[in-house]
Design a protein around this ligand. Structure first.
Ligand code: 26W
Length: 812
């Protein structure tokens, strides 16, 4: 869109007045933020309408990305950027004595996701809109996002994330588009004219109200939609029946029980706990989403049998996989298609992405619970299962295989199997991950459906993670190689020519230092801790999980600390280790690890004999907006998961794009980063995939051997329980037991020595400034391949079979 500075300033002042009857001088910063957000949404609305109109007029195939999580973060800055009016707004506000940066800080993060999977969904929405691909999000409008983390006395404390407390300027409530979702009750079957009819009775109706948020493409007039559903009672505020009988508390209880469906995001990633509310959430948004898709499709007057030509539903992990059965229900029970027709349409519409191989994360629902909550859906899942098992039996004549592959077995419904059977495409999120799915975890299914399986390596939007979060680096790149990379991020490769250019490298260095300085000032203000901006910024930010091995990082820090104590003159570049990580509230070991990091930080930061060379900081409440601040400052990116366990990782790509050097295992997408930048520009350590697999197969890993044979390790591990960390023995006893008695599931002790060596290598590489900057430039140059634009182009071409739509500017 186009707006000049003068008009923008007038529009903004007018907004402040019409919304709050205030002017610049009398308004609060919060009102200024809200007024600006509301103005930006207004600027996007013409494009939003045009886009919708053009999509329906041209009958273009639409992608619906179904996800229980959208970790959007803040929208003000990225919306202004994508509209192409960032400088106008920034300067205009500056002339009004307002700092745009300051207003951006007032927006509450939309933290409607746990981590990688949710953030990926958000990057995908940005890429689809920016590429002009008609793709929309469908999910849940949680009243509370991922908890806010406070660190109190070293421990994590969770605080509800009331992100909507100041309102949400971006969303539009569309009550007129609400639908009803039915839970529980019974299903009766009648036969008429040789056809079975199913009637659902005595169900509990829940009103699903959509809230739409515009997803603005980068300077291309496209505005797609993220539609999030909120659960409400049908008769508005109370259960009127109870209310009129004077049972007030019962009346209110009913209201709360319904609303609870969309009230909170489950804060657990990777561990399912089979709570009925989670299944309710899944069916709730899936049913509402499909209803609204079918309703809009029917408006076009096209036959239902052709819906697969116009609609693709993408299932983000198994969480929305009830969609397969629900779509079958709609096609058969409501549209009266035969099973075979319904199945052929459903499988053409659905596609599924797997994001994890950790066994504890594979969703399985107990049959009884599922059946009671979703009686008709259960019937359909059972029928899908029976037909599938028959096919497997016919092919292999092997009952054991049938049992292994059954969707319904041993009292559970295996959602991953349902997702595979009911989709035309199954993809992993990095080459190694897909390989493991095909050869191991889902091998039987790969053999049965070889053509369904494919890889789509994850990506990140370079607009948020470079242009927006590191504007000085973006300008340097543009000044060096021109601006083609902005639309074609793979053109970042043109930077290779400058990797040895001293003047370019000097500028690259200055930018990193400036970012670091700004961050240290923030740390000083907020936490009253001084950090040396000339130290190496070594950063591990991600969810806390045993397989991500924050423990390994801490052990190396302790090792370094002990070394420095023994030899204060040890010649190392000063280093600051940053951690940021939320632990699932019920994940005991993860929470202990947070306490350990903070305990170690306390010791080191208060020991003046090492203080000049070593610092450790645990950053509270890691979130999208914090990531945007810390990633541009990082010198070293920690990607140290146990090989085979991290499906892809996306933080690794964000750091690389901002010029950090990765220290990594050959896991997930690290493998592909390594492939691109080569041995000289990444520091690889640790067990290889086959080694991990061998150990797991033979069950012959003995953690205690590593503990016994490495004095450094022994000292560190013993330190957990001998009081040397200045806390009671009981504090870290369980970590100690986890490592020794329970045999260290993720090979921390095994990889320790190699990791310490790799960290030494980082130290010496950094000492050669010119070499380090060359590596940094090479990493940035190759990072364009990890733009989610690239990923989405592959999804569009190989899974969805669609191309971009050119949205024309049209003024009404
Ligand atoms: C509680 C059930 C549950 C199970 C799994 C909740 C959430 C999950 C997700 C699959 C966890 C997740 O976020 N996986 C991450 O997905 C990213 C995007 O593909 C990958 O980059 C990460 O490697 C993967 O851990």
């Amino acid at each position: 869109m186009f707006v000049d500075k003068k008009t923008f300033k007038n529009d903004f002042k007018k907004k402040l007045m019409t919304l709050y009857a205030e002017d610049i001088d009398t308004s609060s910063k919060l009102h200024q933020y809200l007024a600006l957000g509301s103005l930006i949404k207004e600027y996007a609305s013409q494009g939003w309408m045009n886009t919708n109109n053009q999509y329906s007029r041209q009958a273009r195939k639409q992608i619906y990305y179904f996800s229980m999580e959208f970790l959007i973060g803040r929208l003000l800055g990225s919306n202004i950027l994508n509209l192409g009016i960032y400088d106008i707004c920034k300067e205009g506000l500056y002339e009004l004595n307002i700092s745009l940066d300051e207003l951006e800080e007032l927006e509450n993060d939309a933290g409607l996701g746990n981590g990688g999977l949710g953030r990926l969904a958000a990057c995908f929405l940005d890429s689809m809109a920016s590429l002009g691909i008609p793709g929309h999000g469908c999910g849940i409008r949680y009243g509370y996002g991922l908890f806010e983390q406070k660190i109190v006395n070293g421990y994590q404390v969770e605080i509800p994330d009331n992100w909507l407390r100041d309102g949400n300027v971006w969303e539009v409530r569309r009550e007129d588009k609400a639908v009803i979702v039915k839970f529980g009750g019974e299903v009766t079957m009648n036969e008429k004219d040789g056809r079975l009819y199913f009637e659902h009775k005595n169900y509990e109706p829940v009103l699903a109200v959509p809230y739409d948020t515009p997803i603005i493409g980068y300077k291309n007039n496209t505005v797609n939609t993220m539609r999030l559903w909120s659960a409400e009672t049908i008769d508005k505020d109370f259960d009127l029946d109870s209310f009129s009988k004077g049972q007030y508390s019962k009346a209110v209880e009913h209201k709360y029980s319904i609303e609870s469906i969309s009230q909170v995001l489950y804060p657990d990633d990777t561990r399912i706990d089979g709570k009925i509310l989670r299944l309710k959430q899944q069916y709730f948004f899936v049913c509402a989403g499909l209803k609204s898709i079918v309703r809009s499709y029917k408006k076009t007057g096209r036959p239902m049998r052709e819906i697969y030509k116009y609609v693709q539903v993408h299932i983000n992990d198994t969480h929305p996989s009830v969609a397969i059965a629900e779509f079958m229900r709609i096609l058969m029970d409501e549209e009266l298609l035969s099973w075979d027709d319904a199945w052929s349409i459903t499988t053409r519409v659905m596609a599924y992405t797997n994001h994890t191989i950790l066994a504890e994360a594979l969703e399985k629902w107990p049959i009884e619970l599922f059946k009671k909550l979703l009686p008709r859906i259960f019937m359909i899942v059972s029928e899908i299962n029976e037909r599938f098992c028959k096919e497997v039996y016919e092919k292999y004549n092997d009952l054991e295989k049938v049992h292994k592959m059954a969707i319904v077995s041993d009292g559970f419904i295996n959602m991953a199997y349902l997702a595979i059977v009911g989709s035309h495409s199954v993809n992993g999120v990095a080459k190694l991950h897909t390989e493991i799915l095909k050869t191991r975890e889902l091998h039987n299914f790969f053999e049965f459906y070889p053509k369904k399986f494919n890889n789509k390596t994850n990506g990140i939007t370079h607009r948020r993670w470079l242009i927006k979060s590191n504007p000085n680096l973006a300008s340097l790149i543009t000044n060096t190689i021109g601006d083609k990379w902005i639309y074609s991020p793979e053109r970042l490769i043109d930077l290779l020519k400058f990797a040895k250019d001293e003047s370019f490298k000097e500028k690259l260095h200055d930018i990193k230092q400036k970012n670091k300085l700004k961050f240290t000032e923030m740390i000083q203000r907020k936490y009253n801790i001084s950090v040396d901006p000339n130290s190496i910024f070594d950063v591990q930010v991600k969810r806390l999980h045993a397989y991500k091995r924050q423990l390994l990082n801490v052990f190396n820090i302790l090792n370094l600390y002990y070394k420095l104590k023994e030899n204060p003159n040890l010649n190392i570049v000063p280093r600051t280790f940053f951690f940021g990580a939320k632990a699932a509230p019920g994940y005991y070991l993860a929470k202990r690890t947070i306490k350990l990091i903070n305990t170690v930080a306390d010791i080191i930061n208060n020991d003046s004999s090492v203080n000049e060379k070593l610092k450790v900081l645990f950053l509270e409440n890691y979130s999208v907006s914090l990531a945007e601040k810390i990633i541009p400052c990082a010198d070293v990116s920690e990607q140290i998961s146990t090989t085979t366990k991290e499906a892809s990782g996306t933080g690794n790509m964000k750091f690389m794009m901002n010029g950090a050097i990765t220290i990594a295992t050959l896991d997930g997408a690290n493998v592909e980063i390594h492939e691109k930048v080569g041995d000289d520009n990444i520091v690889i350590f640790g067990m290889k995939k086959d080694e991990v697999i061998e150990y797991e197969k033979n069950k012959n890993y003995r953690a205690v051997d590593f503990y016994n044979s490495d004095a450094r390790l022994k000292r560190i591990v013993d330190g957990l329980i001998n009081g040397s960390l200045g806390v009671p023995k009981s504090e870290f006893e369980d970590i100690y037991k986890y490592l020794l008695a329970n045999n260290d599931e993720f090979f921390v002790l095994k990889d320790f020595s190699d990791y310490v060596e790799a960290q030494d290598k980082i130290n010496s590489l950094y000492s050669d400034k010119s070499k380090w900057l060359e590596m940094s430039a090479i990493n940035i140059a190759h990072s364009g391949d990890f733009s989610s634009d690239n990923t989405i182009k592959n999804y569009a071409k190989e899974i969805w079979h669609i191309g971009p739509v050119n949205i024309r500017l049209k003024k009404n």
